[in-house]
Design a protein around this ligand. Structure first.
Ligand code: FAD
Length: 400
């Protein structure tokens, strides 16, 4: 009988794994379980805030994966995993058995760090850290705020989904405000002491948004030693540990994160809230025959990005196919690339290749990556076009 691989989560990680397994060995039956019939990508969702793209254009369905690769797609929520019986329960009460399970549920939030901020409040004080209604809500709140309004973005501590994401978001909001509300301000309150591509962002902010001057459209402030501990939704006020009160017209609070709920329930997370895995296969160190890929997995120093998620998915798919065919595992290589837009025509990027070192840990390959090197106008313009190209190719590669 055919081996059955079940994949939970049809985001960049899960969809890529499903497709890759079927391409490598079409004798393996693959079932992909994803609650939503349509996936909205987080990549590109900051561009919606800048007015460069509409949310609908970031949507992808699963018909092509079913049609072209013979993947069985089920739109239900997985409610329980039984690692002993190797079976899953779905929200429609169906039970599904697997030979190997790949979990790719993405992230959930650590509600409770900030008093007064929870999933219900986030519907109108959005984090917008999963693309969807909240992305639109954030855009609408910014459009409706006073011309000299302040937007406060609270950026989370490491590790979190998309390290350059909050700073691209600040850039895109400033890009919008420069055209429509030039007296506005985007204030980033950061639970870190520094951030991804910091020099390149700051250089861009100086060029376009008066960064560092009294008329700056963007301000960045580290609150690593003075974290936000409470939020008053009615008055849109944040309170920090030292008792500072910060009031804004629009609050965008991005909470600290952990692996998606079903990974916690399945016993795949350690005390950090994320899932420890063997790098070579993505197999859980806590539960046999279950693999974890994408944002939910601990794959440091690889960042939690869509691009990295597809790379982890491919490494895992190769390993699963080898394991099911009782072959030796091959040596993995991972790649990550993250583009960010500072304006519509100013892009920056980071890229890296990773391999296992002698100690068996994932490590960045020296000389194989880096950040944007050429910062003349034409090069930055080209990078903004590569950003769009990268989006098109990664989504096409994953969903068709
Ligand atoms: P997800 O994309 O979150 O997919 C998980 C899926 O699992 C979801 O569809 C969910 O519905 C499903 N699921 C969860 N639990 C269950 C369950 N119990 N049953 C059934 N289904 C379930 N990355 C880049 O590379 N480039 C970028 O430019 C970029 N920009 C970003 C901008 C923003 C604002 C944000 C927030 C993120 C950005 N990212 C970017 C990061 C990227 O979105 C994530 O790293 C990526 O989505 C991770 O993929 P994943 O498959 O692990 O998780």
């Amino acid at each position: 009988s055919k081996a059955h691989v079940v994949i939970v989560g049809g985001g960049f990680a899960g969809a890529s794994a499903a497709k890759t397994i079927r391409k490598l060995d079409d004798s393996i039956k693959v079932t992909l379980i994803e609650s939503n019939p349509r996936y909205l990508t987080c990549p590109g969702s900051n561009w919606v805030l800048g007015g460069l793209r509409d949310l609908e254009s970031l949507g992808f369905g699963y018909d092509q994966l079913a049609l072209h690769y013979g993947i069985t797609v089920i739109h239900e929520r997985v409610t329980a995993v039984d690692a002993e019986k190797k079976s899953l329960r779905l929200s429609n009460r169906q039970t599904i058995n697997y030979d190997r399970l790949i979990m790719a549920p993405g992230i959930d939030f650590r509600w409770g760090d900030i008093e007064g901020y929870d999933a219900a409040v986030a519907e109108y004080i959005p984090h917008a850290w999963k693309a969807g209604q909240q992305t639109q809500t954030l855009a609408s709140l910014v459009q409706a705020m006073p011309d000299n309004g302040t937007i406060a973005i609270v950026a989370p501590a490491n590790p979190f989904r998309c390290p350059p994401g909050p700073y691209e978001r600040a850039s895109m909001l400033a890009y919008y405000c420069r055209q429509h509300k030039p007296k506005a301000k985007v204030l980033i309150l950061d639970h870190k002491r520094g951030f991804s591509k910091q020099d390149l962002f700051v250089e861009g902010w100086k060029q376009h948004y008066g960064y560092g001057t009294h008329a700056a459209l963007i301000e960045w402030q580290s609150i690593a030693d003075n974290p936000v501990i409470a939020l008053a939704a009615k008055s849109k006020t944040l309170q920090t540990d030292f008792g500072d009160q910060i009031k804004a017209d629009v609050l965008n609070v991005i909470p600290a994160q952990k692996a998606g709920l079903i990974a916690q329930q399945a016993g795949l997370c350690d005390d950090s809230g994320w899932c420890p895995v063997r790098p070579v296969s993505g197999e859980s160190t806590l539960r046999p025959d279950i693999h974890v890929i994408g944002d939910a997995a601990i794959q440091q120093p690889i960042p939690k990005s869509a691009f990295a998620a597809t790379s982890e998915a491919k490494v895992c798919a190769f390993a699963v196919v080898d394991l099911l065919n009782e072959r030796e595992l091959s040596e993995p290589v991972w790649v990550n690339t993250c583009y960010s837009l500072v304006t519509a025509d100013h892009g920056i990027s980071v890229a890296m290749v990773y391999k296992l070192n002698e100690a068996g840990e994932i490590s960045a390959l020296a000389g194989a990556g880096g950040v944007t090197e050429h910062t003349d106008r034409q090069s930055l313009y080209l990078e903004s076009r590569y950003a769009m190209g990268c989006y098109d190719s990664i989504t096409r590669n994953t969903f068709s």
